[in-house]
Design a binder for this molecule. Structure first.
Ligand code: ZN
Length: 323
């Protein structure tokens, strides 16, 4: 009797220990698992529409729109989020839809809130391939990966701790089509900088869905610290030419093609009003006038933080355009 009690307690202890090891190493993002559900936006395309905001302790870094494409043969993922825990929860959601192997993961750009979830897919399948813009791979390798790991950790008060950067290895070129089962994913890249110098927009050919990355946001004004106004306007114009009717922005609600023209409207209103005024006044004097022009966007998340910086960048680029 005594012996069996002892054995029971030993095995119970072992179970607790192994559970803790698992919890430490393979942490999931519980809120993402419990409170979110993939939305089927086309026959083969699903998106988990994330919350808006900046990474913090509460959202544990989850703030983007991870997507996945399910075919009879294989599954591809686009932008699995900010951390290994987020990636694992995205993976768990995929597994509720399909048991096909996840073979390809695509990154829209170098910002860590879009791709640090890659690790989960490497854990799931050692042969998975990670695709990105060649400059994304270069920047990530040369320090951006480490910087993003640190930034996420400090902004979320260590909620993303344990995340390893799995940097893509497969480079993409403009117009390139990658097979996902019997579907094709087409890469759209504009030369130079748009939101960053690393952006790829992904069109799911035949399904009329476009993943824009942060070239386009919806109901949110995006940081442009690494980007270009002129390039972002051009990227929006390239996107508007495509034969798509569902748009998945980098952040904010999924919508129709109007999502592209709204964002284009914001970008061009700011840039054009700055261009008109810059002969007569300094950047800091322009704000009230630009605010009048961009009044439709004043409720968008990030407007307060970004508008001033967007005006300064526009002034700089408008000056460069003159040369
Ligand atoms: Zn970004």
């Amino acid at each position: 009797m005594k012996k069996s009690v002892l054995m029971l307690s030993v095995s119970a202890l072992a179970a607790v220990v192994s559970f803790n090891v698992w919890a430490e190493d393979k942490k999931v993002h519980q809120d993402l698992l419990d409170k979110y559900k993939p939305e089927q936006v086309a026959e083969h395309v699903y998106v988990i529409q994330g919350p808006m905001g900046y990474p913090d302790k509460e959202n544990q870094g989850f703030m983007n729109n991870p997507g996945f494409i399910v075919t009879d043969k294989e599954v591809a993922v686009i932008d699995p989020g900010s951390s290994s825990a987020i990636g694992r929860s995205v993976l768990a959601h995929i597994r509720k839809v399909t048991d096909k192997p996840i073979t390809k993961v695509f990154t829209t750009h170098v910002h860590g809130d879009h791709w640090l979830g890659n690790q989960a897919f490497k854990e799931d399948n050692a042969d998975v391939k990670f695709y990105a813009h060649p400059t994304m791979i270069e920047e990530a390798t040369n320090g951006a990966a480490e910087t993003w790991i640190d930034t996420m950790n400090s902004m979320t008060e260590n909620a993303t701790e344990g995340t390893e950067a799995i940097i893509p290895t497969e480079t993409l070129a403009n117009g390139q089509e990658i097979e996902v089962g019997d579907l094709k994913l087409k890469a759209h890249i504009i030369e130079g900088k748009a939101h960053t110098a690393t952006d790829v927009m992904f069109e799911v050919v035949g399904e009329k869905v476009l993943f824009t990355g942060d070239n386009i946001n919806n109901k949110r004004i995006v940081r442009m610290d690494d980007g270009s106004f002129v390039g972002s306007i051009k990227a929006a114009e390239v996107a508007m030419e495509l034969d798509v009717d569902k748009v998945v922005p980098g952040h904010g609600p999924i919508g129709s093609k109007n999502v592209l023209s709204y964002y284009h409207d914001y970008l061009s209103k700011v840039y054009n009003s700055v261009k008109e005024m810059r002969e007569e006044m300094e950047a800091h004097e322009m704000k009230p006038k630009v605010e009048e022009q961009a009044a439709d966007f004043k409720d968008w998340q990030g407007y307060e933080e970004e508008l001033g910086k967007h005006i300064s960048l526009s002034v700089l680029e408008a000056e460069q355009e003159d040369f």
